[in-house]
Design a protein around this ligand. Sequence first.
Ligand SMILES: NC(=O)c1ccc[n+]([C@@H]2O[C@H](COP(=O)([O-])OP(=O)(O)OC[C@H]3O[C@@H](n4cnc5c(N)ncnc54)[C@H](O)[C@@H]3O)[C@@H](O)[C@H]2O)c1
Length: 343
Amino acid sequence: MNVLITGGAGYIGSHAAQRLLRDGHTVAVVDNLSRGHRAAVAALQDGANGGRLAYAEADIADRAAVEGLITAHGITVVMHFAAFASVGESAQDPLLYYRNNVSGMIALLEACAATGIERFVFSSSCSTYGQPPEHLIPTPEDCPQAPISPYGMTKLHGEHLLGHYAERCRAAGRPFAFAALRYFNVAGADRGGRLGEDHDPETHLIPVVLQAALGRRERVAILGTDYPTPDGTCVRDYIHVEDLVDAHVAVMQALRPSDARAYNLGIGKGYSVREIIDAARAVTARPFEVVEAARRPGDPPRLYADPARIEREIGWRASVTDLHTIIASAYAWFRDHPTGYGA
Ligand SMILES: NC(=O)c1ccc[n+]([C@@H]2O[C@H](COP(=O)([O-])OP(=O)(O)OC[C@H]3O[C@@H](n4cnc5c(N)ncnc54)[C@H](O)[C@@H]3O)[C@@H](O)[C@H]2O)c1
């Protein structure tokens, strides 16, 4: 297939692009490099393995650039990863998030409408669930969506935009299908060693812990040790980035005209902050300082997926569920790229 990947110079988008290229698909990447890395695109180019890669440094809101890319490369599928993705930053600057994630996506959908895109796979998030009620943990897709951050709300708007656009297409007899994939916590790196996670500032727990283990930050703070969980720290679902990308490929292939699907992408069990720290100590065999700090407002005690729907409907499930394996793959990247793509 010929696939447009928005945000392909970022963490997850670059892994998706690499996988599609290796499978022999034609890939066009659009990224404005606001949070991504030219070196990630260069790594894709080097490892293209026969697949055809095109790249445009442009904003998704630049309709001429996006439509040009779609038309020039016969694109029929869009995987939409480009977004700002920090919960904390979204609370500091909500308008930035609405402009980039919502207005940007409207422009992208206009470009899709103008060029007749038939399949659309959207990076949504478990943050659209907000704080699920206790009886909905693990959380299924029909849990009410009630985001508690501007970021989560921009992702929910994205799902609604797609739903309404798809309805119009159906009514007009135009083929269009979409899937909103609600990721839980994505972690790990390309086991081939070309690609990894390089966010600045880094807010995700596993990279933060590994940076501490490598002496790149002074300490790790556990934000809250008095949650109603077995060891008092927050519990989250961590999915390996290669598994996540595998699900995108499976969903892309399963979509049929007029489908409007939503799937959780997680492993279906949670690990606590203390378990992550212990696993990182075991994997890295390096000491690092851990301090206990106050809770961060808005952090649900437990959040993990019920991933049964995607397995039932398209037969996909995560292959890596062992925390040590996930952390070891992330560690290999951070150890070999101490300054990320800047190395
Ligand atoms: N990382 C996670 O754990 C996680 C969890 C849930 C959902 N998601 C979603 O997955 C997607 C990818 O996340 P990531 O961790 O790879 O983030 P990332 O920041 O590494 O990658 C995003 C990429 O999009 C690009 N981008 C942003 N706005 C753009 C715009 N207007 N035009 C063109 N390019 C733009 C950035 O430059 C960057 O390369 C995001 O939509 C995010 O909300 C991520």
